[in-house]
Design a protein around this ligand. Structure first.
Ligand SMILES: *[C@@H]1O[C@H](CO)[C@@H](O)[C@H](O)[C@H]1NC(C)=O
Ligand SMILES: *[C@@H]1O[C@H](CO)[C@@H](O)[C@H](O)[C@H]1NC(C)=O
Ligand SMILES: *[C@@H]1O[C@H](CO)[C@@H](O)[C@H](O)[C@H]1NC(C)=O
Ligand SMILES: *[C@@H]1O[C@H](CO)[C@@H](O)[C@H](O)[C@H]1NC(C)=O
Ligand SMILES: CC(=O)N[C@H]1CO[C@H](CO)[C@@H](O)[C@@H]1O
Length: 403
Protein backbone atom coordinates (compact mmCIF):
# COMPACT_ATOMS: atom_id res chain seq x y z
CA UNK A 1 0.00 0.00 0.00
CA UNK A 2 2.75 2.37 0.95
CA UNK A 3 4.43 1.73 -2.37
CA UNK A 4 1.38 2.54 -4.38
CA UNK A 5 0.85 5.73 -2.42
CA UNK A 6 4.40 6.78 -3.22
CA UNK A 7 3.61 6.37 -6.88
CA UNK A 8 0.71 8.76 -6.46
CA UNK A 9 2.82 11.33 -4.69
CA UNK A 10 5.55 11.26 -7.26
CA UNK A 11 3.04 11.66 -9.99
CA UNK A 12 1.32 14.47 -8.20
CA UNK A 13 4.40 16.43 -7.38
CA UNK A 14 5.79 16.35 -10.88
CA UNK A 15 2.67 16.70 -12.91
CA UNK A 16 1.03 19.84 -14.06
CA UNK A 17 -2.17 18.31 -15.26
CA UNK A 18 -3.24 17.00 -11.94
CA UNK A 19 -2.53 20.07 -9.90
CA UNK A 20 -4.17 22.69 -12.03
CA UNK A 21 -7.01 23.25 -9.60
CA UNK A 22 -4.84 25.12 -7.16
CA UNK A 23 -7.80 25.98 -4.98
CA UNK A 24 -8.59 22.31 -4.54
CA UNK A 25 -7.31 21.39 -1.06
CA UNK A 26 -6.87 17.78 -2.16
CA UNK A 27 -3.94 18.60 -4.35
CA UNK A 28 -1.95 19.16 -1.18
CA UNK A 29 0.46 16.24 -1.33
CA UNK A 30 0.36 15.77 2.41
CA UNK A 31 -3.34 14.91 2.25
CA UNK A 32 -4.30 11.39 1.40
CA UNK A 33 -6.90 11.54 -1.35
CA UNK A 34 -8.97 8.39 -1.47
CA UNK A 35 -10.53 9.35 -4.79
CA UNK A 36 -7.09 9.05 -6.40
CA UNK A 37 -5.76 5.85 -4.89
CA UNK A 38 -6.59 3.86 -7.98
CA UNK A 39 -5.60 6.47 -10.54
CA UNK A 40 -2.16 5.14 -11.59
CA UNK A 41 -3.49 1.63 -12.08
CA UNK A 42 -6.58 2.79 -13.89
CA UNK A 43 -4.74 5.07 -16.28
CA UNK A 44 -2.25 2.33 -17.16
CA UNK A 45 -5.12 -0.06 -17.83
CA UNK A 46 -6.83 2.61 -19.92
CA UNK A 47 -3.90 2.82 -22.34
CA UNK A 48 -3.42 -0.94 -22.51
CA UNK A 49 -7.05 -1.44 -23.39
CA UNK A 50 -7.05 1.46 -25.84
CA UNK A 51 -4.06 0.07 -27.70
CA UNK A 52 -5.68 -3.32 -27.84
CA UNK A 53 -8.85 -1.89 -29.36
CA UNK A 54 -6.94 0.26 -31.82
CA UNK A 55 -4.91 -2.73 -32.95
CA UNK A 56 -7.99 -4.88 -33.41
CA UNK A 57 -9.84 -2.31 -35.53
CA UNK A 58 -7.29 -0.53 -37.68
CA UNK A 59 -8.70 2.40 -39.62
CA UNK A 60 -11.79 2.63 -37.43
CA UNK A 61 -12.92 5.01 -34.75
CA UNK A 62 -12.38 3.87 -31.20
CA UNK A 63 -14.17 5.44 -28.32
CA UNK A 64 -14.25 4.17 -24.74
CA UNK A 65 -14.62 5.32 -21.20
CA UNK A 66 -11.75 3.61 -19.39
CA UNK A 67 -13.04 4.68 -16.00
CA UNK A 68 -16.38 3.07 -16.56
CA UNK A 69 -14.86 -0.13 -17.95
CA UNK A 70 -12.51 -0.47 -14.98
CA UNK A 71 -15.41 0.13 -12.67
CA UNK A 72 -17.67 -2.39 -14.39
CA UNK A 73 -15.02 -5.10 -14.36
CA UNK A 74 -14.10 -4.52 -10.74
CA UNK A 75 -17.77 -4.77 -9.89
CA UNK A 76 -18.07 -7.92 -11.91
CA UNK A 77 -15.25 -9.43 -9.89
CA UNK A 78 -17.58 -9.33 -6.88
CA UNK A 79 -19.64 -11.95 -8.62
CA UNK A 80 -16.71 -14.01 -9.82
CA UNK A 81 -15.33 -16.99 -8.01
CA UNK A 82 -11.99 -18.67 -7.75
CA UNK A 83 -9.46 -17.95 -10.41
CA UNK A 84 -11.70 -15.57 -12.36
CA UNK A 85 -11.94 -13.16 -9.45
CA UNK A 86 -8.22 -12.61 -9.08
CA UNK A 87 -7.76 -12.71 -12.84
CA UNK A 88 -10.20 -9.86 -13.40
CA UNK A 89 -8.58 -7.59 -10.83
CA UNK A 90 -5.08 -8.42 -12.02
CA UNK A 91 -6.21 -7.82 -15.57
CA UNK A 92 -7.22 -4.32 -14.46
CA UNK A 93 -3.63 -3.81 -13.39
CA UNK A 94 -3.93 -4.38 -9.67
CA UNK A 95 -1.25 -6.20 -7.72
CA UNK A 96 -3.27 -7.99 -5.08
CA UNK A 97 -0.32 -8.32 -2.73
CA UNK A 98 0.01 -4.55 -2.72
CA UNK A 99 -3.61 -3.53 -2.85
CA UNK A 100 -6.24 -5.66 -1.20
CA UNK A 101 -9.58 -6.41 -2.81
CA UNK A 102 -11.28 -4.33 -0.14
CA UNK A 103 -9.06 -1.35 -0.95
CA UNK A 104 -9.84 -1.69 -4.63
CA UNK A 105 -13.59 -1.72 -4.08
CA UNK A 106 -13.37 1.20 -1.67
CA UNK A 107 -11.38 3.12 -4.25
CA UNK A 108 -14.08 2.54 -6.85
CA UNK A 109 -16.73 3.46 -4.32
CA UNK A 110 -15.14 6.89 -4.05
CA UNK A 111 -14.92 7.21 -7.81
CA UNK A 112 -18.52 6.19 -8.24
CA UNK A 113 -19.54 8.70 -5.63
CA UNK A 114 -17.77 11.55 -7.41
CA UNK A 115 -18.84 10.69 -10.91
CA UNK A 116 -22.38 9.36 -10.70
CA UNK A 117 -24.18 12.66 -10.38
CA UNK A 118 -24.38 14.80 -13.41
CA UNK A 119 -23.63 18.17 -11.91
CA UNK A 120 -25.15 21.12 -13.65
CA UNK A 121 -22.06 22.06 -15.63
CA UNK A 122 -20.34 18.76 -16.32
CA UNK A 123 -23.47 17.08 -17.64
CA UNK A 124 -22.32 13.66 -16.74
CA UNK A 125 -24.29 10.54 -16.03
CA UNK A 126 -22.71 7.25 -15.03
CA UNK A 127 -24.08 4.11 -13.53
CA UNK A 128 -24.37 0.34 -13.43
CA UNK A 129 -27.33 -1.96 -13.88
CA UNK A 130 -27.74 -5.71 -13.95
CA UNK A 131 -30.66 -7.26 -15.78
CA UNK A 132 -31.28 -10.78 -14.59
CA UNK A 133 -33.79 -13.28 -15.82
CA UNK A 134 -36.84 -13.59 -13.57
CA UNK A 135 -36.06 -17.25 -12.97
CA UNK A 136 -32.84 -16.29 -11.22
CA UNK A 137 -32.16 -14.90 -7.81
CA UNK A 138 -29.07 -12.78 -7.27
CA UNK A 139 -26.99 -13.97 -4.35
CA UNK A 140 -27.42 -11.75 -1.33
CA UNK A 141 -23.72 -11.01 -0.86
CA UNK A 142 -23.36 -9.95 -4.49
CA UNK A 143 -26.34 -7.63 -4.53
CA UNK A 144 -25.38 -6.11 -1.19
CA UNK A 145 -21.73 -5.48 -2.07
CA UNK A 146 -22.32 -4.31 -5.60
CA UNK A 147 -24.96 -1.89 -4.39
CA UNK A 148 -22.78 -0.66 -1.56
CA UNK A 149 -19.65 -0.02 -3.60
CA UNK A 150 -21.01 0.59 -7.09
CA UNK A 151 -24.65 1.57 -6.66
CA UNK A 152 -25.65 -1.37 -8.84
CA UNK A 153 -29.35 -1.74 -9.54
CA UNK A 154 -30.51 -5.28 -10.13
CA UNK A 155 -33.61 -5.52 -12.33
CA UNK A 156 -35.68 -8.60 -13.01
CA UNK A 157 -36.26 -9.13 -16.70
CA UNK A 158 -38.08 -11.68 -18.79
CA UNK A 159 -35.39 -12.89 -21.13
CA UNK A 160 -37.70 -15.46 -22.73
CA UNK A 161 -39.09 -12.47 -24.56
CA UNK A 162 -35.84 -11.05 -25.90
CA UNK A 163 -37.51 -8.25 -27.85
CA UNK A 164 -39.28 -7.08 -24.71
CA UNK A 165 -36.17 -7.48 -22.58
CA UNK A 166 -33.98 -5.47 -24.90
CA UNK A 167 -36.66 -2.77 -25.03
CA UNK A 168 -36.74 -2.66 -21.22
CA UNK A 169 -32.96 -2.32 -21.09
CA UNK A 170 -32.85 0.37 -23.75
CA UNK A 171 -35.58 2.36 -22.04
CA UNK A 172 -33.84 2.12 -18.70
CA UNK A 173 -30.58 3.44 -20.12
CA UNK A 174 -32.32 6.12 -22.12
CA UNK A 175 -34.03 7.33 -19.00
CA UNK A 176 -30.87 7.30 -16.87
CA UNK A 177 -28.91 9.24 -19.46
CA UNK A 178 -31.68 11.78 -19.98
CA UNK A 179 -32.37 10.51 -23.46
CA UNK A 180 -28.74 10.73 -24.56
CA UNK A 181 -28.00 7.02 -25.02
CA UNK A 182 -30.65 5.26 -27.03
CA UNK A 183 -30.81 1.76 -28.48
CA UNK A 184 -27.96 0.34 -26.50
CA UNK A 185 -28.93 -3.14 -27.61
CA UNK A 186 -29.96 -3.68 -31.16
CA UNK A 187 -32.50 -6.21 -32.34
CA UNK A 188 -29.67 -8.14 -33.88
CA UNK A 189 -28.06 -8.88 -30.56
CA UNK A 190 -28.64 -12.42 -29.54
CA UNK A 191 -30.50 -13.36 -26.43
CA UNK A 192 -28.91 -13.65 -22.99
CA UNK A 193 -29.89 -14.60 -19.48
CA UNK A 194 -28.01 -11.81 -17.84
CA UNK A 195 -26.94 -8.40 -19.09
CA UNK A 196 -24.60 -6.13 -17.21
CA UNK A 197 -24.69 -2.56 -18.43
CA UNK A 198 -22.37 0.25 -17.55
CA UNK A 199 -23.24 3.55 -19.10
CA UNK A 200 -21.60 6.93 -19.16
CA UNK A 201 -22.62 10.14 -20.81
CA UNK A 202 -20.59 13.30 -20.79
CA UNK A 203 -21.34 16.64 -22.31
CA UNK A 204 -18.73 19.11 -21.22
CA UNK A 205 -19.28 22.82 -21.13
CA UNK A 206 -16.19 24.62 -22.35
CA UNK A 207 -14.68 27.05 -19.91
CA UNK A 208 -14.14 29.16 -23.01
CA UNK A 209 -16.98 28.43 -25.45
CA UNK A 210 -16.85 28.44 -29.22
CA UNK A 211 -19.02 30.92 -31.05
CA UNK A 212 -21.66 29.00 -33.07
CA UNK A 213 -21.55 31.82 -35.64
CA UNK A 214 -17.98 30.82 -36.47
CA UNK A 215 -18.79 27.17 -37.20
CA UNK A 216 -18.33 26.35 -40.90
CA UNK A 217 -18.50 23.29 -43.08
CA UNK A 218 -14.93 22.25 -43.75
CA UNK A 219 -12.99 19.33 -45.12
CA UNK A 220 -11.76 16.52 -42.93
CA UNK A 221 -9.07 14.39 -44.56
CA UNK A 222 -9.84 10.82 -43.51
CA UNK A 223 -7.04 9.35 -45.60
CA UNK A 224 -5.36 9.80 -48.95
CA UNK A 225 -8.47 8.89 -50.88
CA UNK A 226 -11.33 10.09 -48.69
CA UNK A 227 -12.36 13.59 -47.76
CA UNK A 228 -15.56 14.28 -45.81
CA UNK A 229 -17.22 17.52 -44.80
CA UNK A 230 -17.85 18.32 -41.13
CA UNK A 231 -19.06 21.34 -39.22
CA UNK A 232 -15.82 22.84 -37.93
CA UNK A 233 -15.90 24.97 -34.78
CA UNK A 234 -13.50 27.84 -34.43
CA UNK A 235 -12.04 29.96 -31.69
CA UNK A 236 -9.03 32.17 -31.41
CA UNK A 237 -7.82 32.43 -27.86
CA UNK A 238 -4.92 31.84 -25.52
CA UNK A 239 -4.64 28.08 -25.45
CA UNK A 240 -2.28 25.49 -24.05
CA UNK A 241 -0.39 24.21 -27.08
CA UNK A 242 2.57 21.96 -27.79
CA UNK A 243 4.41 20.97 -30.92
CA UNK A 244 6.01 17.86 -29.53
CA UNK A 245 9.71 17.40 -30.22
CA UNK A 246 9.74 13.80 -29.08
CA UNK A 247 6.67 12.40 -30.81
CA UNK A 248 5.39 13.31 -34.28
CA UNK A 249 2.36 15.31 -33.15
CA UNK A 250 0.98 18.57 -31.87
CA UNK A 251 -1.65 18.98 -29.19
CA UNK A 252 -3.87 21.43 -27.39
CA UNK A 253 -5.37 21.15 -23.94
CA UNK A 254 -8.75 22.76 -23.29
CA UNK A 255 -10.65 23.05 -20.04
CA UNK A 256 -14.24 22.28 -19.32
CA UNK A 257 -16.03 24.05 -16.54
CA UNK A 258 -15.72 21.93 -13.44
CA UNK A 259 -13.09 19.25 -13.32
CA UNK A 260 -12.87 18.06 -16.90
CA UNK A 261 -9.85 18.68 -19.08
CA UNK A 262 -9.40 17.52 -22.66
CA UNK A 263 -6.42 16.88 -24.90
CA UNK A 264 -6.76 16.97 -28.66
CA UNK A 265 -3.74 15.27 -30.15
CA UNK A 266 -3.08 15.68 -33.84
CA UNK A 267 -0.46 13.21 -35.10
CA UNK A 268 1.52 14.20 -38.16
CA UNK A 269 0.15 12.64 -41.31
CA UNK A 270 0.48 8.88 -41.20
CA UNK A 271 1.94 8.94 -37.68
CA UNK A 272 -1.15 7.95 -35.72
CA UNK A 273 0.26 4.53 -34.78
CA UNK A 274 3.56 5.95 -33.57
CA UNK A 275 1.79 8.35 -31.23
CA UNK A 276 -0.64 5.74 -29.93
CA UNK A 277 2.19 3.34 -29.20
CA UNK A 278 3.80 5.98 -26.99
CA UNK A 279 0.71 6.94 -24.97
CA UNK A 280 1.38 6.40 -21.29
CA UNK A 281 1.19 8.12 -17.97
CA UNK A 282 4.73 9.40 -18.49
CA UNK A 283 3.83 10.86 -21.86
CA UNK A 284 0.80 12.66 -20.46
CA UNK A 285 2.92 13.97 -17.66
CA UNK A 286 5.59 15.20 -20.02
CA UNK A 287 2.96 16.88 -22.17
CA UNK A 288 1.35 18.51 -19.16
CA UNK A 289 4.68 19.99 -18.20
CA UNK A 290 5.57 21.10 -21.72
CA UNK A 291 2.34 22.70 -22.92
CA UNK A 292 2.66 26.44 -23.08
CA UNK A 293 0.11 29.10 -23.69
CA UNK A 294 -0.05 30.53 -27.18
CA UNK A 295 -2.57 32.49 -29.15
CA UNK A 296 -4.14 29.67 -31.14
CA UNK A 297 -6.62 29.75 -34.02
CA UNK A 298 -8.22 26.45 -33.28
CA UNK A 299 -10.49 24.46 -35.59
CA UNK A 300 -12.19 21.41 -34.07
CA UNK A 301 -14.90 19.26 -35.64
CA UNK A 302 -18.31 19.50 -34.03
CA UNK A 303 -19.09 15.83 -33.76
CA UNK A 304 -20.78 13.19 -31.71
CA UNK A 305 -18.54 10.21 -31.13
CA UNK A 306 -19.62 6.91 -29.71
CA UNK A 307 -18.34 3.43 -29.35
CA UNK A 308 -19.94 0.23 -28.21
CA UNK A 309 -18.19 -2.91 -27.22
CA UNK A 310 -18.90 -6.37 -25.93
CA UNK A 311 -16.46 -6.44 -23.07
CA UNK A 312 -16.54 -10.20 -22.71
CA UNK A 313 -14.99 -10.61 -26.10
CA UNK A 314 -12.39 -7.97 -25.29
CA UNK A 315 -11.53 -9.64 -22.00
CA UNK A 316 -11.10 -12.90 -23.77
CA UNK A 317 -8.88 -11.38 -26.43
CA UNK A 318 -6.77 -9.63 -23.83
CA UNK A 319 -6.43 -12.88 -21.94
CA UNK A 320 -8.03 -11.36 -18.85
CA UNK A 321 -10.82 -13.86 -18.57
CA UNK A 322 -12.20 -16.92 -20.28
CA UNK A 323 -8.82 -18.46 -20.80
CA UNK A 324 -9.19 -21.08 -18.14
CA UNK A 325 -12.32 -23.04 -18.83
CA UNK A 326 -14.50 -20.03 -19.23
CA UNK A 327 -15.26 -17.75 -16.36
CA UNK A 328 -16.80 -18.55 -13.05
CA UNK A 329 -19.49 -16.01 -12.18
CA UNK A 330 -21.34 -18.26 -9.80
CA UNK A 331 -21.11 -15.50 -7.21
CA UNK A 332 -23.77 -13.48 -9.02
CA UNK A 333 -26.47 -16.08 -9.04
CA UNK A 334 -26.58 -19.77 -8.37
CA UNK A 335 -28.65 -20.66 -11.42
CA UNK A 336 -26.83 -18.61 -13.99
CA UNK A 337 -25.95 -20.23 -17.25
CA UNK A 338 -23.37 -17.58 -17.61
CA UNK A 339 -22.17 -18.77 -20.95
CA UNK A 340 -25.03 -16.64 -22.20
CA UNK A 341 -24.11 -13.42 -20.49
CA UNK A 342 -23.15 -10.06 -21.88
CA UNK A 343 -21.12 -7.19 -20.59
CA UNK A 344 -21.94 -4.21 -22.73
CA UNK A 345 -20.11 -0.92 -22.75
CA UNK A 346 -21.26 2.14 -24.61
CA UNK A 347 -19.61 5.51 -24.39
CA UNK A 348 -20.68 8.67 -26.09
CA UNK A 349 -19.35 12.18 -26.36
CA UNK A 350 -20.77 15.27 -27.99
CA UNK A 351 -18.38 17.99 -28.97
CA UNK A 352 -20.20 21.23 -29.52
CA UNK A 353 -19.68 24.93 -29.11
CA UNK A 354 -21.47 25.30 -25.84
CA UNK A 355 -19.91 26.63 -22.72
CA UNK A 356 -20.84 29.03 -20.05
CA UNK A 357 -22.33 32.08 -21.70
CA UNK A 358 -20.89 34.41 -19.15
CA UNK A 359 -17.60 32.61 -19.18
CA UNK A 360 -15.17 33.87 -16.63
CA UNK A 361 -12.00 35.29 -18.13
CA UNK A 362 -9.99 32.35 -19.29
CA UNK A 363 -7.16 33.00 -16.87
CA UNK A 364 -4.54 32.11 -19.45
CA UNK A 365 -2.31 34.84 -20.78
CA UNK A 366 0.11 34.19 -23.60
CA UNK A 367 3.73 35.04 -23.06
CA UNK A 368 4.49 38.57 -24.21
CA UNK A 369 6.17 37.69 -27.48
CA UNK A 370 3.93 34.92 -28.66
CA UNK A 371 3.51 33.66 -32.12
CA UNK A 372 0.04 33.23 -33.45
CA UNK A 373 -0.62 29.63 -34.38
CA UNK A 374 -3.29 27.84 -36.34
CA UNK A 375 -4.32 24.31 -35.40
CA UNK A 376 -6.67 22.49 -37.74
CA UNK A 377 -8.00 19.25 -36.31
CA UNK A 378 -8.95 18.19 -39.82
CA UNK A 379 -7.39 14.75 -40.06
CA UNK A 380 -7.48 11.70 -37.76
CA UNK A 381 -6.89 12.68 -34.15
CA UNK A 382 -6.84 11.41 -30.60
CA UNK A 383 -9.07 12.85 -27.90
CA UNK A 384 -8.57 12.23 -24.19
CA UNK A 385 -10.68 13.58 -21.36
CA UNK A 386 -9.45 13.46 -17.80
CA UNK A 387 -10.89 14.55 -14.52
CA UNK A 388 -8.66 16.80 -12.43
CA UNK A 389 -10.27 15.81 -9.18
CA UNK A 390 -10.02 12.03 -9.37
CA UNK A 391 -7.35 11.79 -12.08
CA UNK A 392 -9.64 9.46 -13.93
CA UNK A 393 -9.48 8.82 -17.61
CA UNK A 394 -13.09 9.58 -18.50
CA UNK A 395 -12.74 9.06 -22.26
CA UNK A 396 -10.19 7.94 -24.78
CA UNK A 397 -10.95 8.21 -28.42
CA UNK A 398 -9.33 7.78 -31.78
CA UNK A 399 -11.30 9.59 -34.45
CA UNK A 400 -10.47 8.38 -37.95
CA UNK A 401 -13.68 9.48 -39.60
CA UNK A 402 -16.01 11.85 -37.76
CA UNK A 403 -19.01 11.28 -40.04
C1 LIG B 1 3.27 -7.40 -6.45
O1 LIG B 1 3.79 -6.70 -5.38
C2 LIG B 1 4.74 -7.46 -4.63
C3 LIG B 1 5.09 -6.69 -3.38
O2 LIG B 1 5.43 -5.36 -3.68
C4 LIG B 1 5.94 -7.76 -5.52
O3 LIG B 1 6.88 -8.52 -4.82
C5 LIG B 1 5.45 -8.53 -6.75
O4 LIG B 1 6.52 -8.74 -7.65
C6 LIG B 1 4.35 -7.78 -7.46
N1 LIG B 1 3.78 -8.63 -8.50
C7 LIG B 1 3.66 -8.23 -9.75
C8 LIG B 1 3.06 -9.21 -10.69
O5 LIG B 1 4.03 -7.13 -10.11
C1 LIG C 1 -37.49 7.90 -15.79
O1 LIG C 1 -37.38 7.47 -14.44
C2 LIG C 1 -38.08 8.26 -13.52
C3 LIG C 1 -37.70 7.80 -12.11
O2 LIG C 1 -37.64 6.41 -12.06
C4 LIG C 1 -39.56 8.15 -13.80
O3 LIG C 1 -40.27 8.93 -12.90
C5 LIG C 1 -39.81 8.63 -15.23
O4 LIG C 1 -41.15 8.44 -15.56
C6 LIG C 1 -38.94 7.89 -16.21
N1 LIG C 1 -39.07 8.52 -17.50
C7 LIG C 1 -39.21 7.83 -18.62
C8 LIG C 1 -39.27 8.63 -19.87
O5 LIG C 1 -39.25 6.61 -18.62
C1 LIG D 1 -10.12 5.59 -46.55
O1 LIG D 1 -11.28 5.76 -45.76
C2 LIG D 1 -12.44 5.20 -46.32
C3 LIG D 1 -13.64 5.60 -45.46
O2 LIG D 1 -13.38 5.37 -44.10
C4 LIG D 1 -12.27 3.70 -46.44
O3 LIG D 1 -13.42 3.12 -47.02
C5 LIG D 1 -11.04 3.40 -47.30
O4 LIG D 1 -10.80 2.02 -47.30
C6 LIG D 1 -9.82 4.13 -46.75
N1 LIG D 1 -8.73 3.98 -47.69
C7 LIG D 1 -7.48 3.66 -47.29
C8 LIG D 1 -6.46 3.60 -48.35
O5 LIG D 1 -7.22 3.43 -46.12
C1 LIG E 1 -14.33 19.08 -8.67
O1 LIG E 1 -15.03 17.97 -8.14
C2 LIG E 1 -15.21 18.02 -6.74
C3 LIG E 1 -15.89 16.74 -6.32
O2 LIG E 1 -17.05 16.48 -7.03
C4 LIG E 1 -16.04 19.24 -6.38
O3 LIG E 1 -16.17 19.32 -4.98
C5 LIG E 1 -15.34 20.48 -6.91
O4 LIG E 1 -16.15 21.59 -6.66
C6 LIG E 1 -15.07 20.35 -8.39
N1 LIG E 1 -14.29 21.48 -8.84
C7 LIG E 1 -14.78 22.35 -9.71
C8 LIG E 1 -13.86 23.45 -10.09
O5 LIG E 1 -15.90 22.22 -10.17
C1 LIG F 1 -14.48 -28.14 -20.11
C2 LIG F 1 -13.07 -27.76 -20.33
O1 LIG F 1 -12.72 -26.98 -21.21
N1 LIG F 1 -12.18 -28.30 -19.49
C3 LIG F 1 -10.76 -28.01 -19.57
C4 LIG F 1 -10.37 -27.11 -18.39
O2 LIG F 1 -8.97 -26.90 -18.39
C5 LIG F 1 -8.19 -28.07 -18.27
C6 LIG F 1 -6.75 -27.68 -18.13
O3 LIG F 1 -6.43 -26.60 -18.93
C7 LIG F 1 -8.47 -29.01 -19.46
O4 LIG F 1 -7.73 -30.20 -19.33
C8 LIG F 1 -9.95 -29.31 -19.52
O5 LIG F 1 -10.25 -30.08 -20.67
Amino acid sequence: MLLSLCTCFLWLSTSDLWTVQAQDPDTDVSTRSPQRDLAPNNVDFAFTLYRHLVASAPGENVFISPLSISMALAMLSLGARGYTRAQLLQGLGFNLTKTSEAEIHQGFQHLHHFHKESDATLEMAMGNALFLDRSMEPLESFSADSKHYYGLEVLATDFEDWAGASRQINEYIENKTHGKIVNLLSKLDSSATLVLVNYIFFKGMWAHPFDPESTREENFYVNESTVVTVPMMFQSSPTKYLKDRVLPCQLVQLEYTGNGTVFFILPDEGKMDTVIAALSRDTIQRWSESLTISQVDLHIPKVSISGDYDLRAILRDMGIADRVNGTDFSGITREAQLKASKVVHKAMLQLSESGLEAAAPFGLTPKAAYKRLAVHINRPFIVMIFDHFTWSSLFLGKVMNPT
